[in-house]
Design a protein around this ligand. Structure first.
Ligand SMILES: Cc1ncc(COP(=O)(O)O)c(C=O)c1O
Length: 444
C-alpha cells in the first residue's frame, strides 16, 4: 500500500532514489521549468544553473531549434532498431567526423551515456589490439556502472570493488596544485609524471596494454588542467607501444574548453574519443565512441562486439544534429573563450575576499574552486575522499538559498555555466557565491 504524497518534494523523497546520497533528510528543490540559464522550482523560485546541470546543458534550456528537431523526429520515426540504417544517424555521424581532430575522419558508435561509451571504447581497443590491460588515472571519473566504475580512479569506484572488470591498472597524472611528484614546477611535474607512467608500463608489460583512457582535463574531481606537454607526452608513449589512446571527452567536449573538443584546444590527437552530455546539450540522453577511420576499418571484416537497444536513437540523433548546428551558428565554442576571461577575472576577484579559496583553475567555461583551511599550507578544508563531507553541502545549500545551483565534491566546487551565459548573469552568480561563502565559512 502506498500513502499519497502531495508536494513534488515529499513525493520525490518518498519514491525516488537519488544518486550518491544517503536518502534520509535530503532537502532539495523540485525543478519544474527551465529557460536560458535559469531553473525554476515548484514555488517559482529562480536558480542560476552555474554548472549546466552536470556540465551538460551547454546550450542553456529551452532552445527552440533543438526542441523543434526533437518534436519533428519523434513524429517522423521516434525509434528505429540500431540494426537498421537511419538518415538522422548518418547525418550526425558525418557532423561528428567533420568536428573531429582526425584529417582522415572517424566513425561513431552511439551509446546512451558517457560511462557506457567508455566501456565500449575499451572493448573496441581490446578487440583491435588483441591485448587486455587498460591504463587509467587516479582522480579520474569515467562513469559509475560496474565496468565504467572500475575504470574510474577515485572513491566512486569503491562500491564496485572487488573490481568486476579485470586488467585495469592505474597511474598518477599531474596535479600541479598538489603534486604527486613533489614539485611546484609544472615542467618538472610533467616530466616526472611521464617517467612514472613509463615505469608503470615497464612493470605491467607494455605489450599487454590495449588502451590508455584519460580525461584530457580532469572533470568532476576538480577541473585539473595538465601542464603543457603532458598530453603530447601521452600521445608519444601510446604510439611507441602500440596502445590505443582514448580521450574521455564526456565533459570536455562540445565547447566546454572553447573548442569542439579538448583535443583540438591542446592540439593532441588521440585514437578514439568518448562523448555524451553536451552533444545534445543534454536535451535527451546520448553518448558515443568516435573511432578514427584507420582503426574503425578493423571492424570492416570483423564483427563489432557492442550493441544497445538505444544505440543511435533517432530522437537523440536529431537533437544532437540540431545542437551542433546551434553551436556552430551562434559560435558558442568561440564564446566559451570569452567566458573564460569573465570566469578567470570574477573568480580571482572573489578569491581576494574569500581566503578559503586556495585555487581558481580552468579553461573555457569549465572552472573549479578548491577550498583550503590555510592558503600557505594548502591544507584542504576537508580530507579528499575522507569520511566527512565537510562544509560543501552547507555551501551548496546556502547557494541555492541565494538562487544558484552547482555541485562539487569534498573541497572542490564546479563553475561551468551554459555557453550562452552573459556577463551580467555571471556577475549575479559571483555575488551569490560571495554571500554564500561568507555565510558558510565566516558566519558559521
Ligand atoms: C569525464 C566523464 N566521463 C564519464 C562520465 C559518465 O557519463 P554518464 O553519467 O553519462 O554515464 C562522466 C559523468 O559525469 C564524466 O564526467
Amino acid at each position: 500500500m502506498t500513502v499519497t504524497e502531495t508536494s513534488p518534494t515529499s513525493k520525490h523523497a518518498r519514491y525516488v532514489l537519488t544518486p550518491w546520497s544517503a536518502q534520509g533528510g535530503l532537502d532539495l528543490p523540485s525543478i519544474e521549468r527551465a529557460k536560458g540559464v535559469y531553473l525554476y522550482d515548484d514555488a517559482g523560485k529562480r536558480y542560476l544553473d552555474l554548472a549546466s546541470g552536470l556540465v551538460a546543458a551547454n546550450l542553456g534550456h529551452g532552445n527552440p531549434a533543438v526542441l523543434r528537431a526533437i518534436a519533428e523526429q519523434a513524429a517522423r520515426a521516434a525509434y528505429v532498431a540500431p540494426s537498421l540504417f537511419v538518415g538522422a544517424r548518418a547525418d550526425l555521424a558525418e557532423q561528428l567526423s567533420e568536428l573531429s581532430p582526425w584529417p582522415e575522419g572517424c566513425r561513431t558508435f552511439f551509446t546512451t551515456g558517457g560511462g557506457e561509451a567508455n566501456e565500449d571504447a575499451t572493448k573496441m581497443a581490446r578487440a583491435i589490439t588483441g591485448r587486455t590491460k587498460i591504463l587509467t588515472a587516479y582522480r579520474s571519473f569515467h562513469g559509475s556502472a560496474p565496468g565504467a566504475g572500475t575504470l574510474t580512479g577515485e572513491s566512486r569506484r569503491w562500491p564496485n570493488e572487488p573490481a568486476t572488470l579485470p586488467g585495469v591498472v592505474r597511474f598518477f597524472a599531474p596535479y600541479p596544485y598538489r603534486s604527486p611528484f613533489n614539485t611546484t614546477d609544472p615542467a618538472i611535474e610533467c616530466e616526472r609524471a611521464l617517467e612514472h607512467l613509463e615505469l608503470v608500463l615497464t612493470y605491467e608489460n607494455p605489450q599487454s596494454v590495449a588502451a590508455l583512457l584519460i580525461e584530457p582535463i580532469v572533470g568532476t574531481n576538480g577541473v585539473v588542467v595538465y601542464p603543457d606537454g603532458y598530453l603530447q607526452g601521452l600521445r608519444k608513449i601510446a604510439s611507441r607501444h602500440g596502445i590505443v589512446l582514448i580521450f574521455d571527452e564526456v565533459m570536455t567536449g562540445f565547447g566546454r574548453t572553447g573548442y569542439s573538443f579538448a583535443s583540438c584546444r591542446f592540439g593532441v590527437v588521440p585514437d578514439a574519443m568518448t562523448f555524451a552530455k553536451g552533444v545534445t546539450g543534454a536535451y535527451v540522453p546520448l553518448g558515443g565512441v568516435m573511432l578514427r577511420e584507420s582503426l574503425a576499418k578493423h571492424f570492416d571484416t570483423r564483427p563489432l562486439g557492442c550493441g544497445h537497444t538505444y544505440s543511435g536513437h533517432p530522437v537523440a540523433m536529431a537533437a544532437a544534429s540540431a545542437a551542433i548546428r546551434v553551436y556552430q551558428d551562434e559560435r558558442l565554442f568561440e564564446r566559451a573563450r570569452t567566458i573564460e576571461g569573465w570566469l578567470q577575472e570574477g573568480l580571482s576577484e572573489l578569491a581576494e575576499r574569500i581566503p578559503e579559496i586556495g585555487d581558481v583553475r580552468g579553461v573555457g567555461a569549465f572552472f573549479s574552486l578548491e577550498f583550503v583551511k590555510d592558503r600557505s599550507t594548502r591544507e584542504p578544508i576537508v580530507a579528499w575522499q575522507g569520511p566527512q563531507p565537510g562544509p560543501l553541502p552547507a555551501l551548496l545549500g546556502a547557494l541555492r538559498r541565494h538562487g544558484v545551483c552547482t555541485f562539487g565534491r569534498f573541497n572542490v566546487m564546479m563553475v561551468a555555466p551554459p555557453l550562452i551565459v552573459t556577463r551580467e548573469e555571471l556577475d549575479e552568480g559571483f555575488a551569490a557565491l560571495e554571500r554564500a561563502m561568507k555565510e558558510t565559512f565566516h558566519d558559521a
